[in-house]
Design a protein around this ligand. Structure first.
Ligand code: PL3
Ligand code: FE2
Ligand code: FE2
Length: 233
């Protein structure tokens, strides 16, 4: 704790090095919220029975995006959106391909489990080291991300069969290695913001493992699933 206090006191939010790292991290978060917004609209088309709920989630995501845009403006940082688009391309393409084939289980795994767990881990680690303005915004956002994760868990738990289990395993195998790759890409910039990669990995693993458990996977399955691609990262 004291270490964390010392660390926060030494963060210079206006230094060039901080602002340079923030231009990429802020862009990643803005782009992530934009992707999430679009993905929930697509999911609303795939799950017409839950259209209303999913459209409401998609609206929350655009509010999150606006909040993080304000965080960048507050620090006088211009987000590097071109970098962020490339950062999300792998997950973006996989989501699009799955949606095209009507693979709703894969779409839910990518958006409501992987992306939301990634966001929850990142925001939880960021909150204690954020500037005051961004901290308040991020605290509001992370609460809502838990409800997005919950949407995916509830749907996947209700529909947990041999077939959906197999589709989840395949989707996990294709997409989880992308998350480790993304974490490595962002690790250096995150460190400048006083966010440790190990803490991000740990928090992600906890959220993702809990989600898989709530859906109906056994501990043994979870160990196998959540480490997939980690060694290669
Ligand atoms: C879903 O609602 C939003 C998806 C956003 C994904 C964010 C991933 C963030 C990884 C970068 C870690 C730094 C976080 C800093 C927060 C300003
Ligand atoms: Fe969000
Ligand atoms: Fe979300």
């Amino acid at each position: 704790m004291q270490q964390l206090v010392d660390q926060i006191e030494t963060i210079d939010f206006q230094s060039e090095i901080y602002k340079d790292a923030y231009s990429r991290i802020n862009a990643i978060v803005i782009e992530g919220e934009q992707e999430a917004h679009e993905n929930y609209i697509t999911l609303a088309q795939l799950l017409p029975a839950q259209e209303k709920e999913l459209i409401s989630l998609s609206k929350m995501e655009s509010r999150h995006k606006k909040g993080f845009e304000a965080c960048g403006r507050n620090l006088k940082v211009t987000p590097d959106l071109e970098f962020a688009k490339k950062f999300f391309l792998g997950l973006h393409d996989n989501f699009q391909a799955a949606a095209k084939e009507g693979k709703v289980v894969t779409c839910l795994l990518i958006q409501s489990l992987i992306i939301e767990c990634f966001a929850i881990a990142a925001y939880n680690i960021y909150i204690p080291v954020a500037d005051e303005f961004a901290r308040k915004i991020t605290e509001g956002v992370v609460k809502e991300e838990y409800s997005h994760l919950n949407f995916g868990e509830v749907w996947l738990e209700k529909n947990f069969t041999k077939e959906t289990k197999a589709e989840l395993e395949e989707a996990n195998r294709q997409n989880l290695p992308l998350v480790w790759k993304m974490l490595n890409q962002v690790a250096e910039d995150a460190k400048v913001l006083a966010m440790e990669k190990d803490a991000l990995v740990e928090d992600f693993m906890i959220q993702y493992g809990e989600a898989l458990s709530n859906i109906g996977f056994t501990t043994r399955d979870i160990m196998r699933l959540s480490a997939y691609g980690l060694v290669a990262a």
